[in-house]
Design a binder for this molecule. Structure first.
Ligand code: NAP
Length: 203
């Protein structure tokens, strides 16, 4: 089985994330995509995230009705910082060592993976898909790929890129829109729009 693992803060999850999941599923022949909201990101963050329970619930609402997509609260239930290598190890235990994992996240994060915990093991546990917005300077990624792909003992290409036009939508823009009272309906699935509105998130 090939399992896609969408890592990110998802504050909030939006249409760009869902399109990215579907694109990755098609392009890489993945059987299923699991959204894994990060609970306690190990690196410094400028802003405080919404509670993990809200971000997980919005992800659950977003994937409803698509049997290829799911949500895992594995990083929320685990204590301590949310290291990706721990998540990938745990997913291999749950789904079997033969399951091929594809970790999908934003390109800027992928550029940093050699600084994450246990990078050699990280690259052995999964393939990585760097999703980019239109206008992203792809040359930065292309320059970094040889170093990423030759790190550790895993043979062959481990890191790929995926340009997704729908990623012009961003969580930051949605939060800013909510705070400013500007429209954000249709940038997120309807149940997520209702959730944000009813719980008065981002105001
Ligand atoms: P982030 O702050 O949520 O996202 C950074 C950028 O990437 C944003 O522009 C974001 O756009 C975009 N993005 C995030 N997730 C995406 C996805 N699945 N598909 C497409 N674009 C996505 O996330 P982050 O803090 O950089 O971390 C990303 C992932 O890497 C998380 O799972 C995190 O746990 C992991 N990570 C692990 C380590 C470690 O193990 N040491 C260190 C750093 C990061 P939006 O704002 O629109 O989502």
């Amino acid at each position: 089985m090939k399992l896609g693992v969408m890592g990110g803060t998802f504050d909030p999850i939006h249409m760009g994330h869902l399109v990215t999941g579907e694109e990755a599923r098609y392009e890489f022949g993945l059987h299923r995509i699991l959204f894994v909201p990060s609970a306690r990101p190990p690196h410094k963050k400028e802003r405080r995230n919404s509670p993990a329970a809200d971000r997980v619930r919005m992800a659950e609402l977003a994937v409803e009705g698509n049997s290829h997509l799911g949500v895992s609260d594995i990083e929320v239930r685990r204590e301590g910082l949310s290291y990706t290598v721990d998540t990938l190890r745990a997913l291999h235990v749950m789904h079997g060592a033969a399951t091929e994992l594809y970790f999908i996240t934003g390109a800027d994060a992928i550029l940093e993976i050699l600084t994450w915990k246990d990078p050699a093991e990280l690259l052995a546990e999964a393939y990585f898909i760097a999703a980019t917005r239109p206008g992203y300077p792809l040359e930065r990624l292309h320059e970094a790929l040889p170093a990423l792909n030759s790190h550790g003992e895993a043979a062959g290409s481990r890191v790929f890129t995926l340009e997704v036009p729908a990623l012009a939508i961003s969580s930051t823009d949605i939060r800013d829109r909510v705070a400013a009272g500007r429209p954000f309906r249709y940038l997120v699935p309807d149940p997520v729009w209702s959730y944000i509105t009813e719980k008065r998130l981002y105001l």
